[in-house]
Design a protein around this ligand. Structure first.
Ligand SMILES: *Cc1c(COP(=O)(O)O)cnc(C)c1O
Length: 324
């Protein structure tokens, strides 16, 4: 970061930002890409591009754009959200739903369904992966009924590593895709929104409207370039997540088998469980009624063993409310 060549990126002259954007576009198989300060900004820019007031968009229940972005899809992009049920397992939706809900028609006062917003991996579902063939079916269903497709790929890198397929194989056919450089890859800041050249040129205007046009920002893009070199390391996070899940299961916890780097534990009282964990120095976050553990490059394998040892030694059971 300290050695990064910089220029004024509001004037589109920062060479390090350009290098990162070209690299991400090549990796995702798109014509162009735009660095943005956060994944949330990348998503809302895409939704602004795809939606008008009076439009509706479809997204899997629990999607980040539905639950974790303060409704910007509605108040900035003008789109009414419609959650899709997880008919194909956690975080996964069916092409039939897309076809049915996306079909045009209805009276003049009906919302117009315009966009399908996918999420891979699905964060709240527990980092669950959509396979390339399933992705292709969803995209072709959307196209059949005239919908655009945005992919929230904050953790697309995890899906790619878990499946052993290139990230571009998971973004086939989409109009825009957003990827994070700060989730598990170690960049302090930054995401990239990728798509066709004309849409990315529009995205640059919307980024500026939102106050996201930054000047000598190559220092941050440089961290993004390092992040891209670390994608393969995510396999270690996935192995650590599996070890954590196996260890917790042995200790009597009810956990989902992780597909990537997120472990969901079902507990009788999430507040009590988190307090018990914190007491022995293990930090996690709540997702609904579940405890959510995330493994990442700053949690080495030895720490997984140590966390399990502490949970076991202290008998931090998920349901011992009296211990708080
Ligand atoms: C984290 C995340 C985002 C948003 O990224 P920020 O950089 O925190 O704004 C978007 N989508 C998903 C699925 C995420 O996990």
């Amino acid at each position: 970061m300290s050695a990064a060549q910089v220029g004024d990126d509001v004037l589109d002259h920062d060479p390090t930002v350009r290098r990162l954007e070209e690299q991400v576009a090549a990796t995702l198989g798109t014509a162009a890409a735009l660095w943005v300060p956060s994944g949330s900004m990348g998503n809302v820019i895409a939704l602004v591009l795809h939606l008008d007031r009076g439009d509706r968009f479809l997204a899997p229940r629990g999607a980040h754009v539905l639950d974790s972005e303060l409704g910007t899809s509605a108040w900035l992009a003008g789109g009414m959200p419609h959650p899709l049920e997880w008919t194909h397992g956690p975080g996964r939706v069916s092409a039939e739903q897309v076809r049915q809900l996306g079909a045009a028609g209805g009276p003049y006062y009906a919302l117009r369904t315009r966009l399908l917003c996918l999420e891979n991996t699905h964060n709240l579902a527990g980092g669950t992966v959509t396979q390339p063939d399933e992705h292709a079916l969803l995209v072709s269903a959307a196209k059949e009924v005239g919908l655009r497709v945005h992919l929230d790929g904050a953790r697309l890198w995890n899906a790619s590593v878990a499946l052993g397929v290139p990230p571009a194989a998971l973004a086939v056919g989409v109009d825009t895709v957003q990827v994070c450089l700060s989730k598990g890859l170690g960049a302090p800041v930054g995401s990239v929104l990728a798509g066709p050249t004309a849409l990315v040129a529009e995205a640059r205007r919307v980024r500026k409207m939102l106050g996201g046009g930054l000047r000598q920002v190559g220092v941050l893009a440089a961290a993004g370039i390092v992040a891209l070199e670390r994608v393969a390391d995510l396999a270690a996070d996935h192995a650590n997540a599996r070890a954590l899940a196996d260890g917790l299961t042995e200790l009597g916890w009810d956990v989902d088998r992780p597909q990537t780097n997120i472990v969901l534990a079902h507990v009788p009282d999430v507040r009590v469980a988190l307090a018990n964990l914190a007491r022995v120095g293990v930090l996690a976050t709540p997702v609904g009624a579940d405890v959510r553990f995330v493994t990442h490059r700053d949690v080495p394998t030895a720490d997984i063993g140590e966390a399990l040892r502490r949970i076991g030694a202290d008998r931090v059971s998920p349901d011992r409310a009296a211990r708080v």
